[in-house]
Design a protein around this ligand. Structure first.
Ligand SMILES: *Cc1c(COP(=O)(O)O)cnc(C)c1O
Length: 495
């Protein structure tokens, strides 16, 4: 029987997995959730011998039940291939007694690749299954990491086009170079004269424009999004937590059934939610530790049960976690409310109108799986430097948020449970912040000099993703005013 999905804001309507992937967001503004979280049906003794791709199939088949075995295996094979620089796909590095689950070995050296490598294939397969004839046009506004990962994922995927908008002076040099040098005949990158919010609002307006949708349909196009709330991004992220546990078992780091803790540097709450799903599928995970930077809205939430986004937005050295509305948290709220769509809808309406909501006492009691902490920019720098000095391991700023939060948690709780820290970006992606954490003298160097120095210090080869942009040809030079995005989309598509 098929596992069906419901909106977190409506108990009535159900859709299949492929429909949920195609839609992204439910029509009522809610997020799709499976009616129940399936249990793993492969014993750990078998899981521990599996490759990443085999593990992916064992996990994903339980969620995407309307995909045939052949379809799903084909999606997995196309996603987790030589684009990754290691056959392990998501290797574990043991550093000072803790395990870093490195999720940055894909095409754009950040954890977004884990899901965005497979989403395009899940989406095109879903389109076929649902007899969608139109070409799918992915529209994305990005503040850096997502745009490039989506471009790399969708480049040259048949039946799709991708258009990415970024704020012209609002991304790092490496991030901009990564995007404007993107290959693929179906890719377009546009610099907006405005900030990220302008780009984001522009994309939203295009999605909501019904007239435009009709015009597009007549021309053989339909819009879709690669946003992190898509179930096609959440499900692939569960895989690496199952895989990490199985590998710890295989390497005799833990005994069968021994629980582990997981620490996740968190922004939109997608990655840690995947770990929560892994736990409820049967992987022995004790605590899920949510690590925030100075935008600590989630830390406060786990402390008090009050979610309050009415606060100053702080730009930090872990920019991919600079976020005040963690969209995927809605799925947890729905679950701890006992899958009560009505209750969840009330809270989300309060968030929209007042920017704040509070859990009921009963809901607060259901948060026992979680612990939370946060780290300041200075603490992040100190953590990078001290772990490098003690062990030689160099981590990026996002991972360092998690490492710092874990050290503080361990000190306070005396919890000696073995722990996996999700390592979400390569230090090469944030070379300046990382190198100047180790020594201020590096601030005098240029971008690529820093990268060469990082290679010397870390003894980790410069990833392809960086080598590629050193002298790659600029392929995208299009710019537009924020109020001309619709015209620009039409121009690109020739409508
Ligand atoms: C997106 C991102 C995060 C945050 O992940 P969420 O799933 O949004 O919580 C953390 N680190 C890096 C490097 C990222 O790109």
């Amino acid at each position: 029987m098929d596992l069906l999905y419901k909106s977190t804001r409506n108990a009535e309507h159900t859709v299949t997995a492929s429909e949920a992937i195609l839609k992204g967001l439910a029509e009522d503004g809610g997020l799709f959730m499976p009616v129940s979280i399936p249990k793993l049906d492969v014993p750990l003794q078998e899981l521990k011998k599996m490759t990443y791709q085999e593990t992916a199939y064992a996990v994903m088949k339980l969620f995407l039940t309307d995909f045939t075995e052949e379809e799903l295996k084909s999606c997995i094979a196309k996603a987790y291939d030589a684009k990754f620089d290691t056959e392990e796909i998501a290797p574990l590095a043991k550093v000072g007694g803790t395990y870093f689950l490195e999720l940055f070995h894909g095409a754009t050296i950040a954890f977004k690749d884990m899901a965005l490598s497979i989403l395009p294939h899940l989406l095109t397969t879903s389109a076929k299954k649902n007899h969608v004839k139109n070409e799918i046009v992915i529209l994305t506004a990005t503040s850096g990491d997502t745009g490039k990962a989506a471009l790399a994922g969708f480049a040259d995927v048949e039946g799709t086009r991708i258009i990415v908008f970024y704020p012209k002076n609002g991304v790092s040099k490496v991030q901009e170079l990564q995007m404007v040098t993107q290959k693929g005949d179906n890719t377009a990158v546009v610099a907006i004269h405005g900030n990220f919010d302008c780009a984001q609002s522009g994309v939203k307006a295009i999605f909501e424009n019904k007239e435009l949708a009709k015009e597009m349909d007549a021309a053989g196009f339909q819009f879709s999004s690669a946003n992190s709330i898509n179930i096609g991004r959440l499900v692939p992220q569960i895989v690496y937590y199952v895989y990490a546990y199985a590998k710890l078992l295989q390497n005799e780091e833990i005994a069968e059934g021994e629980a582990i803790n997981v620490v996740v540097p968190t922004g939109n709450f997608g990655n840690i939610l995947a770990a929560f799903f892994a736990k409820h599928m049967g992987i022995p995970i004790a605590k899920l530790i949510c690590a925030s930077n100075e935008n600590k809205v989630l830390f406060d939430f786990f402390q008090t049960g009050v979610y309050d986004k009415n606060r100053e937005f702080i730009l930090t050295n872990s920019p991919s976690m600079d976020i005040l509305i963690s969209s995927n948290l809605e799925r947890l709220i729905y679950l701890i409310a006992g899958q009560d769509a009505q209750k969840n809808r009330e809270l989300m309406q309060a968030l929209k109108s007042q920017g704040v909501y509070e859990l009921t006492e009963e809901m607060k009691e259901n948060l026992g799986d979680f612990a939370a902490g946060y780290a300041t920019e200075v603490e992040v720098k100190e953590t990078i430097a001290s772990i490098y000095k003690e062990t030689g391991y160099i981590m990026d700023t996002h991972t360092a948020v998690a490492a710092k939060v874990y050290l503080a948690y361990q000190k306070e709780s005396k919890d000696a449970t073995k722990t996996v820290i999700a390592s979400t970006a390569s230090p090469y992606k944030f070379a300046r912040s990382v190198m100047t954490s180790i020594d201020e003298k590096y601030n005098a160097l240029g971008e690529f000099e820093l990268i060469d120095e990082l290679e010397k210090l870390s003894c980790v080869k410069i990833p392809n993703a960086i080598e590629e942009i050193r002298d790659a040809k600029i392929r995208h030079t299009r710019e537009c005013d924020a109020d001309k995005m619709e015209e620009t989309v039409k121009e690109i598509l020739g409508v």
